[in-house]
Design a protein around this ligand. Structure first.
Ligand code: NAP
Length: 324
C-alpha cells in the first residue's frame, strides 16, 4: 500500500518535511510498513519556482489537494486562517493532520482534537518547541504523573538576543540584526521579541496539561524589549542571568500563567540555557523536576517533529480512513 501525503505551505518547514520524506524513505517504509508518496503541495504563490517532481500537484486551491485523496496532511502555513478551516475540512474527510502552526493551534487545537476524537490522528509536536519533544514527553512518558508547574524558554530568538546582550554586551538591536542574519529571527520579529510566540506555545502546553487555558486577557505577556543593559549587568554581578520565561502552574484550582523576563539564579534549571535553544523545566509529582532542552526552531528540527508525529500516527491508527 502507498500512503499519500500532502503538504500545506512550502516555506522553511514545508520544504523540511519534503526533504525528510525524501531522505528517510527507506526508514519510513520500515517503520510504517508502507511507501510514502507526496501527492500535492499547497502554496500561496504558484508562480514561485519549486524544486518538486512533475508528478506532484502544486496548487493554491485546497479543494484540489483534497481531490488527490491524501491520507495525511502536513500543515505549515502561517497564521490562524485559512489553516483552521483547512484542517477542519481535512478531519471531516478523515484525513490525519500534522501541524506546526502554533498561532492556529493555541486558539483552535481543542476544537480540532475534539473533532478528531480518537478516530483521526492529530500531531502538533512542532507547534511548541520544534524538534524538542515536550508534547510527546508529557503525553507519552508522564501519563501517571501530574505536572504541577512549568517554567520554559520557548522562544529561541529572544534567548539568543538575551544571551548575546548578557554574555557579549551587545545591544538589543545589534543582537536582533545578528539573529536575523543567521536566520533565527523573522524579518518581522514582533511575535518573538514581544512575547506572543511564547504565549501561544504556553497556551498549547496549558491545554495539554490542565485540559484548559487561562483567560488570555488575564495572562501578563511581556517581551524582551524593555530589558536594559543595566538590568543584565546587575543580574550578572549577582551571578544571575535574565531569561525570557513562560510559566504556568495550578494553585487551588486556578491557573496562573505569565510570560516575562526574569533573573534566574545559577541553581535554576534554565540558568545555563544560552543561544537559540528552547528548554522546558517541569515539576511532576512522581518523577520530580525534569528539564528538556533542544533547538526551538529551524527547518529540519521542526520538520523532524512533524515526521515523528507522522510515524506515530501511522503506528497508532489505520492508514486508510478515507470515506469520500
Ligand atoms: N520556521 C520555523 O522554524 C518554525 C518552527 C516552528 C513552527 N513554525 C510554524 O510553521 C509554520 C510555517 O512556518 P515557515 O517558517 O515554514 O513559514 P514560511 O517559510 O513563511 O512558509 C509559509 C508557507 O506557507 C504558504 N502560505 C502562506 N499562506 C498561505 C495560504 N493562505 N494558502 C496557502 N499557502 C500559504 C507560503 O506560500 P508561498 O511559498 O507561495 O509564499 C509558504 O510556502 C508557521 O505556522 C510557523 O509558526 C515554524
Amino acid at each position: 500500500m502507498t500512503i499519500k501525503v500532502a503538504i500545506l505551505g512550502f516555506g522553511t518547514v514545508g520544504q523540511g518535511v519534503y526533504q525528510i520524506l525524501q531522505n528517510k524513505q527507506k526508514q519510513l517504509t520500515q517503520l510504517t510498513g508502507e511507501s510514502v508518496q507526496l501527492c500535492g503541495v499547497l502554496v500561496q504563490n504558484k508562480a514561485k519556482e519549486r524544486i518538486l517532481p512533475d508528478s506532484v500537484l502544486i496548487t493554491d486551491q485546497f479543494d484540489a489537494i483534497l481531490a488527490q485523496e491524501p491520507d495525511v496532511i502536513f500543515e505549515a502555513i502561517v497564521g490562524e486562517q485559512p489553516s483552521f478551516s483547512y484542517l477542519t475540512k481535512a478531519i471531516d474527510k478523515r484525513i490525519h493532520v500534522i501541524t506546526a502552526n502554533k498561532v492556529m493551534f493555541a486558539k483552535h487545537g481543542t476544537h480540532l482534537l475534539d473533532k478528531a476524537a480518537n478516530h483521526v490522528g492529530i500531531g502538533y509536536e512542532a507547534t511548541t518547541a520544534s524538534g524538542t519533544p515536550i508534547i510527546s514527553m508529557i503525553t507519552k512518558l508522564l501519563q501517571v504523573n501530574s505536572v504541577t508547574k512549568i517554567e520554559a524558554i520557548l522562544n529561541g530568538t529572544s534567548n539568543f538576543i538575551l544571551s548575546s546582550m548578557q554574555n557579549e554586551g551587545k545591544s538589543l538591536n545589534t543582537a536582533l540584526t545578528e539573529a536575523q542574519a543567521q536566520g533565527f529571527a523573522e524579518a518581522d520579529p514582533t511575535n518573538d521579541i514581544e512575547g506572543y510566540d511564547a504565549f501561544y506555545k504556553l497556551m498549547i502546553l496549558s491545554q495539554l496539561i490542565y485540559k484548559r487555558q487561562p483567560n488570555w486577557a488575564d495572562v501578563p505577556c511581556e517581551g524582551i524589549t524593555n530589558v536594559t543593559t543595566e538590568d543584565l549587568t546587575s543580574a550578572k554581578t549577582s551571578g544571575q542571568k535574565i531569561r525570557h520565561i513562560a510559566a504556568i502552574e495550578e494553585k487551588n484550582g486556578e491557573l496562573y500563567a505569565s510570560i516575562k523576563p526574569q533573573a534566574l539564579p545559577p541553581t535554576h534549571g534554565l540558568h545555563s540555557v544560552d543561544g537559540v535553544d528552547n528548554a522546558i523545566h517541569l515539576i511532576s509529582d512522581l518523577a520530580g523536576p525534569l528539564t528538556l532542552r533542544g533547538p526551538g526552531a529551524g527547518k529540519l528540527s521542526t520538520a523532524s517533529a512533524m515526521v515523528e508525529d507522522f510515524v506515530h500516527i501511522l503506528q497508532s491508527y489505520p492508514v486508510k480512513l478515507l470515506q469520500y
